[in-house]
Design a binder for this molecule. Sequence first.
Ligand SMILES: Nc1ncnc2c1ncn2[C@@H]1O[C@H](COP(=O)(O)OP(=O)(O)O)[C@@H](O)[C@H]1O
Ligand SMILES: [Mg+2]
Length: 386
Amino acid sequence: MENNLNIMIVSDEEALMSQLKTIAETKTSHVIGVRSNEAIREMNRELAHIVIFVQTENDTSVEVVQMLKIINSNALILFIANETDFTLLRNMTRAGVDEFFVFPDESSLFSSRFPNIVKSYSAKKVANEETVSTTFGRGRGKIISFYSGKGGSGCSLLASSFAQTMKLESSAEVILIDLNGQYGGVETLLSIESNRSLADLLPVIEELNESHIRNVAQTEEFSKMEVLISPCDPEILETLNDEFVAKLLRTCRRSFDYVVVDLPTAINELVVTAMEESDKIYYVLTPDTPSLKIMKQYEELSERLGLVLTSRMEIALNKLSKDYEVKQKDLINVLRYPVIASIRQDTKGLQPYVNQGQPVRKQTNERKIIPFAKDIRKFARQVAKQ
Ligand SMILES: Nc1ncnc2c1ncn2[C@@H]1O[C@H](COP(=O)(O)OP(=O)(O)O)[C@@H](O)[C@H]1O
Ligand SMILES: [Mg+2]
């Protein structure tokens, strides 16, 4: 078994999917199967080394394969066509396909060649890793979304303080993206005044790159993290669709190590897309019964929307105090998701910062920081270790 090898099977046909899975699972236990419209998202989330790609019905194969190669140029792509077609063969080879098979005619050829294909790829991969590891770094940042179904839980404050702390406490490149679409979000917390917002990226979204993003983003004074502010005009916000958000987040992921997203309470198409693109969703929960109920509703809604929370959602407990309504121990017993952070209620400490619109941190290795900032630092360190 080659257990450091991820294999992704892309197929819209179930029977073929399970046939290919059986073959792939003889070589590694890290096999995932996805439909063609999920392939790019999955590749962004977890890099696959070998992709077995079954020709799609609506001729999107070239496009998807090209994207997969952009995300991981070292990926080995095995293409399975349903007929012998030389134009297709040529186009797919140009897109980056390494091997071409025609099913069902060549299915037994495929099974017999597969072990050797894996073997020679693994050998090459080991050789590559030795030289590549020093240059590899950027390119696969994490998307971390902060969400709470209940307004006032501290979602924006946690997202912005977490991002700022991460930038100060590590060498990581960090961008904070506000998707709230109204005043009073992160720009107020960080005193950022700007007439630019992420909506300014709309005209260039098709060819979006890092310099577009850095041009529109504001640099937060103390930490020097980048901040993309949301448009405050609801009419402008409406012109941004899910495709825009997906492209924005994917591009950011390629240029930053951490893409921290502050999400609004109200769930719409845009918010769901951001959640789907996220590696982690940190649900900000305050320890009281109404908040717990609202979180349950969110879990149910996610299930109905087909949004997978398992291994993605974690809970950031906020506003903990000695006399909170639900005790932390009882809380942990009822929660279905792991707790990533516990943050104290720190009204006194936070007051001057929030009132003056100052971030809770000013520099690296600060001596005197408020209890809230200490808890956030612990949170950021925990995430940085992962
Ligand atoms: N740990 C905490 N201790 C004290 N006050 C907090 C804490 N976390 C958040 N707050 C306060 O709660 C209010 C709402 O925070 P905000 O981040 O705007 O919430 P949301 O984005 O969830 O609506 C703010 O006034 C903030 O200062
Ligand atoms: Mg908010």
